[in-house]
Ligand binder design. Structure first.
Ligand SMILES: Cc1ncc(COP(=O)(O)O)c(C=O)c1O
Length: 447
């Protein structure tokens, strides 16, 4: 991170889409907190909700007391989500929500089914279980994971059908207990067609497989609908996972929300009710939960899906203009709502330059050229224009434009102008400057 300007600066304060550094710079946050900051930094209503909670000396740790906050949050989610998605569980991170959903699906089948399907480009977290379900993770080290993971090709219904057909129990029944999918993959900027998602639903119905939609990143309006899947009327997963902006940028909270019959079959009896219980250390902390209640209220009352669509109306054509202006550098632009990927590349000439500039080990990474170009652009955006952006470590490593949903249209224009001005410098100059100023001084000469 010290290769980038922002890795070497301290922040004084942050509000909305803006960050003020200790050095006195004002920075436009186009990372959107990597999904966490739909509400922007320090949203006044989120701060007020927390202050109210504190001033009234509300109880934080409930344990076996009934928590009105957990109850209200679960109730509100049940009101907002379609169908009988009514049973919520609130751990603290996305990976925990995914693993809770997977445990639920396994228990739903009483341990009689052993396979779980995940996409080849999936990102579901980095714990042992969720890491094993993450398709395109870093292969530099192998940890043990959960057994029975089968990979299908994202968006390809035939490959899912084939995986289900070939997974049979010794008695000849279906051996798949769950299918996991990100309806919109924020790490690759790819998304599933309606036909694919409805096809999955039918397949899961036909074989009684638990269908899990992972919308940990894409929830709360980011792509232009409350959750990505909700743009398709009547489409309902068995379990939905969410996190990130669910906590309003202040609270570390996640959720899985299950269809009632699925949840009840898995856990609704005295013997099994504590198998995935609420006695975890930080489960249902009062202020965290009250914060999430307010975060959801804001997303609904301020119509965050509409805000994302308004951002898209400026961002999408603007990025398209930049792509047309720099066709040799911008290979593609792809996304939805306030979540866009800019896929940078620079052709074989740049490969030569990149290889000359890079240390030998790093240059062997097949995506090295793209990563180097993208990093150089991110660095120049920050240094020259005070724009803070990131790139994804999955897929083709796009530079991500994902502003908080409270950003002004003029700020989106500012980002677009900054991007165009940066690319106008030309890749050789950007690369040389990035490498010379940030990395080269720390390498032995001649490398
Ligand atoms: C789609 C998706 N699933 C799961 C996770 C894991 O969440 P966490 O990092 O909170 O464990 C993420 C995090 O980026 C995500 O984007």
């Amino acid at each position: 991170m010290t290769s980038f300007g922002f890795g070497r600066e301290l922040v004084e304060r942050a509000e909305g889409a803006w960050i003020w550094t200790r050095g006195g710079r004002r920075i436009l946050d186009f990372t959107g907190g990597v999904g966490v900051l739909n509400h922007g930094h320090n949203h006044p209503r989120i701060l007020a909700a927390r202050e109210r909670f504190q001033q009234a000396r509300r109880m934080e740790v409930h344990k076996t007391y009934f928590s009105p906050y957990v109850a209200a949050l679960g109730h509100n989610l049940a009101q907002l989500l379609p169908g009988d998605l009514t049973m919520s569980f609130f751990p603290n991170s996305g990976a925990e929500a995914v693993e809770g959903a997977v445990k639920l699906a396994y228990k739903y089948h009483g341990g009689r089914r052993q396979r779980i399907l995940r996409a080849d480009i999936a990102f579901h977290g980095k714990l042992l279980g969720s890491g094993a379900l993450t398709g395109a993770h870093d292969h530099s080290f192998r940890f043990p994971g959960i057994p029975g993971v089968v990979t299908y090709s994202y968006g390809d219904l035939e490959s899912v059908r084939a995986a289900v057909a070939s997974a049979r129990t010794p008695g000849g029944g279906c051996d798949v207990y769950a299918i996991l999918v990100e309806p919109f993959s924020a790490s690759t900027m790819r998304w599933c067609s309606e036909e694919f998602l409805r096809g999955l639903r039918e397949l899961c119905d036909a074989h009684d497989i638990v269908l899990v939609f992972d919308e940990i990143y894409t929830g709360w309006g980011k792509t232009g609908s409350l959750f990505y899947f909700m743009r398709h009327a009547g489409l309902i997963p068995d379990v939905l996972t969410t996190s990130k902006s669910f906590g309003g940028g202040k609270s570390s909270i996640s959720a899985y929300i299950a269809r009632e019959p699925v949840f009840r079959k898995a856990y609704d009896n005295l013997t099994d009710s504590l198998l995935h219980s609420t006695s975890t250390t930080y489960y249902g902390f009062g202020e965290e939960t009250a914060t999430a209640i307010e975060a959801v209220n804001i997303a609904v009352e301020d119509d965050y899906p509409r805000r994302a669509r308004e951002i898209e109306r400026v961002l999408a054509p603007g990025l398209e203009r930049v792509r047309k202006e720099y066709p040799d550098t911008v290979a593609a632009v792809r996304g939805a709502g306030a979540l866009y990927g800019i896929f940078l590349d620079g052709g074989p000439k740049i490969l030569d330059l990149a290889a000359r500039l890079a240390p030998v080990g790093i240059a062997r990474d097949p995506n090295f050229r793209v990563k180097l170009i993208t990093c150089a652009v991110i660095d120049a955006l920050y240094r020259d224009h005070g724009i803070y952006a990131y790139y994804t470590l999955n897929g083709d490593n796009p530079l991500v434009a994902a502003p908080p949903l409270v950003v002004e249209p003029a700020d989106v224009e500012y980002f677009l102008d900054g991007l165009a001005a940066t690319l106008a410098q030309g890749l050789p100059r950007l690369l040389t400057r990035f490498v010379r100023e940030k990395v080269a001084p720390r390498w032995p000469s001649g490398s």
